[in-house]
Design a protein around this ligand. Structure first.
Ligand code: R5P
Length: 310
């Protein structure tokens, strides 16, 4: 097995390499003067089972292009099998036509990854489960839920808890997480009655006096999460905590979360922590390196990955 790290998340790649006790293959990713990406694999990989670890996180286009040219280089160097390990799959929110003359970019990116040379994909918490089907190659979509559930039981313990989906689109994810925690379910229904009017947050379910756990796949501007937390507190929640797989946290998102009623937000390391995340008072990372490492090991051994979903 060979592990190759792109530039998007070196700490996660190194943690996966440590878990597998396998060094990262030497590769160089360079830029020409006009910023074109050039990748060179510096070790023989002919006939090898190769795993390329690269999130298509900010700057998304650069990291995506880096992944594509790396896959192409590996294919042309006669790797036996190439797995694109994409802890954070960007462009996932563009997974359907939202209006006339708009692209389905998630499908386009999936096509690019397959055309570039990937034989398999390993990822975690795709924005929508059906994106798995955008790839016409085997794709394992792991869940961060077991990692989050462990953190919950270690740190927060049992108690009257309600798992809350901050929008209608996340209900399945919240219901599954609630089952793991043996918790109730609540759903936030965001609505704008008229264009220009402020958002009305309807909370469906019992949150009064309960510890509320918001779960989501992505926190980007932090707006969805922070507005949900305010709505829950206004309806008498005892406290609000959050688990979100991908900490995109653009712009002033960390400051927004810090100023919100959220006691703590746990994200994974699918995206490398910014300085703001590292310094934050209430944002913490839980590592998915062992989960991804174990999945890579099992894919390489041709053994089952299904128990990793438990
Ligand atoms: C939306 O469907 C996603 O699941 C997230 O809720 C959304 O991307 C979060 O974005 P933001 O943090 O900018 O509100």
């Amino acid at each position: 097995m060979k592990l190759i790290a792109g530039n998007s998340n070196r700490p996660l790649a190194e943690a996966i390499a440590a878990y597998l006790d396998t060094p990262l293959t030497k590769a160089s990713v360079r830029r020409f003067a006009d910023m074109e990406v050039f990748v060179e694999i510096l070790e023989n990989i002919r006939g090898e089972d190769v795993f390329v670890i690269q999130s298509t996180s900010y700057p998304a286009n650069d990291h995506l292009m880096e992944l594509l040219v790396t896959l192409d280089g590996l294919k042309r160097a006669s790797a036996r099998r190439i797995t694109a390990v994409i802890p954070y799959f960007g462009y996932a929110r563009q997974d359907r036509k939202t209006g006339p003359r708009t692209p389905i970019s998630a499908k386009l990116v999936a096509n690019l990854i397959v055309t570039a040379g990937a034989n398999r994909v390993l990822t975690i918490d795709l924005h929508a489960g059906q994106i798995q089907g955008f790839f016409d190659i085997p794709t394992d979509n792991l869940f961060a839920a077991p990692v989050f559930a462990k953190d919950y039981f270690d740190r927060l313990g049992k108690g009257p808890t309600t798992v809350v989906s901050p929008d209608v689109g996340g209900v399945l994810r919240a219901r599954a997480f609630g089952k793991r925690l043996d918790a109730e379910l609540a759903i936030i229904d965001k609505r704008r009655e008229r264009a220009g009017d402020s958002e009305v947050m309807n909370v469906i379910g019992d949150v009064s006096g309960r510890r509320c756990i918001l779960v989501d796949d992505i926190v980007d501007s932090g707006g969805t999460l922070c507005n949900a937390a305010v709505a829950l507190m206004e309806r008498g929640a005892a406290s609000v905590h959050a688990y979100v797989t991908h900490g995109v946290l653009s712009g002033g998102a960390v400051a927004r979360v810090s100023a919100s009623p959220i006691v703590d937000l746990v994200i994974t390391d699918s995206i490398v922590a910014t300085e703001a995340v590292r310094m934050s008072r209430n944002v913490n990372q839980s590592s998915i390196a062992p989960l991804l490492g174990e999945a890579i090991k099992r894919i390489s051994d041709e053994s089952s990955v299904s128990s990793l979903f438990d």
